[in-house]
Design a protein around this ligand. Structure first.
Ligand SMILES: Nc1ncnc2c1ncn2[C@@H]1O[C@H](COP(=O)(O)OP(=O)(O)OP(=O)(O)O)[C@@H](O)[C@H]1O
Ligand SMILES: [Mg+2]
Length: 326
């Protein structure tokens, strides 16, 4: 079997301060080349921290990181200097929720995309400009030649989002990270951007991790879904399996509390209680205090993440049995 494109193993991230926040707690998952993974979970479950850690964006001074991240054969935590610069953008690239994060307001978007291309490849200025223009056309920005010279504030939110995708794809990354790339946009633009991302993903064959609160969007765009709770993956598998036969009570709770097309006709139920305090995690399963399936053992001992083929599960009391290794 060939090695996966991305492998995260037992990744823990702690933000140090007067109260240390355990944002990720032994998070593990893998992603193959060209696969699209939707990352789901309530606010504060660690989705953004996971993506930011993958790009090594946290301040080293205040962040303790343990565990292993491998991307395309590279040990990401060991990357330094120029190798790290080339990794960011060249191997793994990110689309943020706010396009303002990606662009510098004082340069035109065309200039900025050109610069990124030149920073990653030995290419003459004219050639890089040509490639940047092609990228703007590829993300379907109308009148791309004219928009090339526009400053970020001169574009509408949806256009800026498209320009940010062009920036993220300019160096042909193997893996694109998209952190709620559409929540700042109105609904009709959201779906256009999502479909564009999926189309570009298919064209380029890159892999993608995609954070969303919209389960319907995840079903539309992803091949697989990983559900996070309190900084861990608690269940992961192919989209159809997760949506139709969730095993983890938290996954089932998330599905029941979403207004997805899949679930129309079923009553909408909120998950009772609130996520745990990441500065004082319980010793057992972090979801146990909110779980109607929880037994004494769930409160005592944290369930390991069990792996079986393309599926994984961390639960002592699954709603359906997890296939055991044969
Ligand atoms: N730089 C930081 N310093 C301290 N705590 C942080 C830092 N970044 C994130 N956190 C904390 O880590 C936890 C996970 O945050 P994260 O942003 O990953 O959540 P999320 O799943 O992306 O949520 P949302 O859906 O609201 O975007 C939160 O409790 C957050 O407050
Ligand atoms: Mg987030």
């Amino acid at each position: 079997m060939t090695a996966p494109l991305l492998s995260i193993q037992d990744l823990s991230v702690q933000f140090c301060g007067s109260r240390s926040v355990n944002a990720l707690n032994q998070l593990s998952f893998e992603l193959g080349s060209g696969e699209v993974l939707g990352l789901l979970g309530e606010s504060g479950s660690g989705k953004s921290v996971t993506l930011r850690t993958l790009l090594r964006l946290h301040a080293a001074r205040t962040t303790r990181i343990q565990g292993q991240i491998r991307v395309a054969g590279q040990d990401v935590m060991a990357l330094q200097g120029q190798a790290l610069e080339l990794y960011r953008g060249g191997t793994v690239s990110m689309v943020f929720q706010e396009s303002g994060m990606a662009f510098d307001p004082v340069y035109s978007i065309g200039q900025q995309i050109t610069e990124v291309i030149r920073a990653h490849a030995a290419i003459a200025s004219a050639g890089a400009r040509q490639q940047a223009l092609q990228m703007l056309e590829r993300v379907q920005i109308p009148q791309a030649r004219r928009r090339f010279d526009a400053y970020p504030h001169e574009l509408s939110g949806g256009m800026r989002q498209r320009a940010m995708i062009a920036l993220a794809l300019a160096c042909k990354p193997k893996l694109l990270l998209a952190d709620e790339p559409t929540t700042a946009l109105d609904a009709s633009v959201q779906i256009q951007i999502l479909l564009l991302l999926r189309e570009l993903q298919r064209e380029t064959g890159m892999a993608m991790i995609f954070v969303t609160h919209d389960i319907g969007a995840a079903v539309e765009v992803a091949d697989r879904i990983a559900v996070m709770y309190a900084g861990r993956v608690v269940e992961q598998g192919p989209v159809a399996q997760i949506v139709q036969q969730p095993r983890h009570p938290y996954t089932a709770g998330l599905l029941a509390s979403s207004v997805g097309a899949e679930h129309r006709g079923r009553p909408l139920r909120a998950i009772p209680g609130a996520p745990p305090d990441l500065a004082a995690l319980p010793s057992g399963c972090a979801f146990a205090p909110r779980c109607d399936q929880a037994s004494d053992g769930c409160h005592r001992e944290r369930p390991e993440l069990r792996l079986q083929g393309a599926q994984s599960l961390a639960c002592w009391q699954p709603l359906l049995p997890f296939p055991e290794t044969t």
